[in-house]
Design a protein around this ligand. Structure first.
Ligand code: MTE
Length: 306
């Protein structure tokens, strides 16, 4: 089913809704359902070779069990309240150490960047795991558009502040806006993507529409949703969970079974959708991506730089 990408499909090739519909039919077809598979199922040809072979979670799991504190702290709050967020029009402010700063409309940000679809195992710090068939593009490809200056060492991201539509922002549970950051080499790694969709559709609001980060070798809190600002800087940016509780949440947040969270073990994880009686499974170093990313941290003490 998974084929390697031959493709340099442009974003504009897949915007028509008909492709998404074809894609859905194809997924249903692959699942053994009696639905005719149309010929023009183009998206199937752009699955990233970086994808995992693991079975994706159901759309229901992926869109109903979420963390998005702007809408409340319960796992069901994002699906209940995120539909209130207006995601069109959407622009992203790009600033800091870039040659082409400015406020970019979402369509301009995405234009000219080849689309890739990737499937990632996605594990959150609460030690649950999900596999999501993201549609996204390498963050590095987008950063190249901005003309990253030689002095830049980090990338910072911010989510929007709009308490009228994000009811959780009416209380100070976090220091809004939600903030995250990566070292530049992490940001440029091909596994780091900006997702704009999942399961062949635009991103549901609860999953971070219209643009969210996905860094599959890190705990889920690094994958910031509904991004409105990207800043290149020469110093390590402040990040939401690290600001809140630095002893528990480090800047790196690499998935690491050997370094426990002070209040719980990270050695095992629970797979959402595996059923009530399924056992926990061992957490994998760098979430299973050690071959690809361990080299980014050579010489670093990962117990200190957690
Ligand atoms: N981004 C924003 N803006 N606000 C949040 O509360 N939660 C993070 C991350 N991105 C969060 C966020 C956490 S803790 C996790 S585990 C993931 O989003 C959850 O992503 P998912 O709901 O798509 O599984």
């Amino acid at each position: 089913m998974r084929r390697q990408s031959p493709a340099d499909l442009q974003w504009s090739d897949v915007t028509p809704k008909s492709f998404f519909l074809n894609r859905r039919a194809l997924i249903a077809g692959a699942a053994g359902m009696a639905i005719a598979v149309p010929a023009a199922a183009k998206l199937d040809y752009v699955t990233s070779p970086l994808s995992t072979d693991e079975k994706p979670n159901s759309l229901e799991d992926i869109t109903s069990y979420n963390n998005f504190y702007e809408f409340g702290t319960g796992k069901g709050d994002p699906s209940a309240y995120a539909p209130a967020l207006t995601t069109d029009p959407w622009s992203v402010k790009v600033d800091g150490l870039v040659g082409r700063p400015g406020s970019y409309d979402l369509a301009d940000l995405l234009s000219g960047i080849p689309l890739e679809e990737r499937i990632y195992r996605f594990r959150c710090v609460e030690a649950w795991a999900m596999v999501v068939p993201w549609i996204g593009l390498p963050l590095g490809k987008m950063l190249e558009k901005f003309g990253v200056q030689p002095g830049a060492k980090y990338v910072a991201f911010e989510t929007l502040v709009r308490p009228d539509e994000m009811r959780g922002q009416k209380s100070p549970i976090l220091d809004w806006p939600y903030r995250e950051g990566l070292r530049l080499d992490e940001a440029m790694h091909p596994l780091t993507i900006l997702a704009t969709g999942l399961y062949g559709e635009d991103l549901p609001n609860q999953n971070g529409a219209p643009l969210r980060l996905v860094v599959p070798w890190k705990y889920g809190f690094k994958s910031i949703k509904s991004i409105v600002r990207i800043t290149l800087s020469d110093s390590q940016p402040e990040t939401t969970w690290n600001m809140l509780q630095p002893s528990e949440y480090g800047f790196y947040a690499n998935v690491n079974p050997e370094v426990d969270h002070p209040r719980w073990s990270q050695a095992t994880e629970r797979h959402i959708g595996a059923g009530l009686f399924a056992g926990r499974e061992p957490t994998r170093m760098f979430n299973g991506y050690a071959d690809q990313v361990a080299g980014l941290y050579s010489g670093q003490d990962l117990a200190r730089d957690f």
